[in-house]
Design a protein around this ligand. Structure first.
Ligand SMILES: O=C(O)CCC(=O)C(=O)O
Ligand SMILES: [Fe+2]
Length: 352
């Protein structure tokens, strides 16, 4: 039997952060810091986010995507890439068209151009805070799914509490003077943050026939743009997510770990950290199927996931953190200060 090697994406138990013991809290933060510095992704276990709520949201997501297309289209995504609200059908969004702003990837320009010809077989539903005037939510009519709005908004309002705890732990790991540093830039203590975005994702099943023909993927290689992303996956979901585990290195699988939340960072936190932390590229591909392979219709079952993107408020200026772990003697500042909203809008351009 082959020995199992250690997973490339580290696993951190988050529960010691909730203890009264300062050393345990600091150790949790340090473990998260090191994982985000070395890999850019980390599984968090024992996180205290309600399992029932996560299950309810995944079940509402399933119910939504099971609706006929014409019903899903009653909540259409607006034409602008940055206005991430409502339903996007298969092929509508091309993540491969995101500019590769921080140049963290390995693909050559030619490879990236060829990626834009590939169909991303995914559909999504996005929402943000209620009552936002710039990007109001776009919901399907309530008679189609009576609990959809309530459950998704509850998850939208719950996850930032955990997200900010993670950012508090990270602030300790980064040796920032103020453990609440990031809380000042993400809504009123996490709530009502205008740039936070909850995305329900469905990747339909992939047939062997479609895989043989080629030209399809599930999600093209990309980096996330905001501060952090919390990824919820169904416990028994098919995996497929791969992360570029080392700078310029190979992609390694990030399989589903039941009960965990997978954390990664976006470009703005990489810039905040003066490139100390990694906004790591990730993707979900479709394996190539050999024509000679034995019969059977399906290659991949459907996949559901829910990423929650936590991003700084629109007018926040992101500039190098004041900590020796990011900046100082021999570590000059690498980025000009950038306004969060400008960066996100510019770097999502063209994807719709
Ligand atoms: O579906 C997934 O697991 C990954 C989604 C993702 O990377 C994204 O939406 O940015
Ligand atoms: Fe992503």
């Amino acid at each position: 039997m082959m020995a199992h090697s250690a997973p490339a994406v580290p696993i951190v138990d988050f529960s010691p952060f909730y203890s009264q013991n300062e050393t345990e809290r600091l150790n949790t933060g340090t473990a998260i810091f090191e994982a985000l510095r070395d890999v850019g992704f980390v599984y968090l276990i024992n996180h205290r986010v309600s399992k029932e709520l996560l299950a309810e949201a995944l079940s509402q997501s399933r119910a939504f995507f099971d609706l006929p297309l014409q019903d899903k289209l009653k909540a259409p995504h607006p034409p602008e890439s940055w206005n991430q609200r409502g339903y996007s059908q298969i092929g509508q969004e091309k993540i491969s068209l995101y500019p590769d702003a921080l140049n963290t990837g390995t693909e050559s320009d030619a490879d990236r151009t060829s990626l834009t010809d590939v169909l991303e077989c995914k559909e999504s539903f996005d929402l943000g805070r209620e009552n936002d005037t710039i990007t109001p939510n776009i919901y399907p009519p309530p008679e189609l799914l009576p609990n959809f709005r309530d459950v998704t908004i509850r998850l939208f309002n719950t996850l930032p509490n955990f997200g900010l705890d993670v950012l508090r732990a990270l602030a300790l790991g980064l040796q920032l003077k103020d453990e609440n540093f990031f809380s000042h830039f993400h809504g009123k203590d996490g709530q009502e943050a205008p740039m936070n975005q909850l995305r329900l994702l469905h990747y339909p099943p992939v047939s062997k026939e479609a895989a043989r023909k080629g030209g399809i993927t599930r999600i093209a290689p990309h980096t996330d743009k905001g501060t952090i992303t919390l990824l919820i996956q169904e416990d028994d979901s098919v995996g497929g997510l791969e992360v570029e585990a080392q700078r310029g290195g190979r992609y390694v699988p990030a399989p589903v770990i039941p009960g965990s939340i997978l954390l990664n960072i976006g470009d703005l936190l990489q810039m905040w950290s003066n490139d100390t932390l990694r906004s790591t590229r990730h993707r979900i591909g479709v394996p190539l199927v050999d024509v000679a392979q034995e019969s059977g219709e399906w290659l991949l079952p459907r996949r559901f996931s829910i990423p929650y993107f936590i991003a700084p408020d629109r007018d926040v200026v992101v500039e190098c953190l004041d900590t020796p772990l990011c900046w100082g003697e021999g570590r000059p500042k690498k980025h000009e200060p950038v306004k969060a909203w400008d960066y996100i809008v510019k770097n999502m351009e063209g994807a719709y």
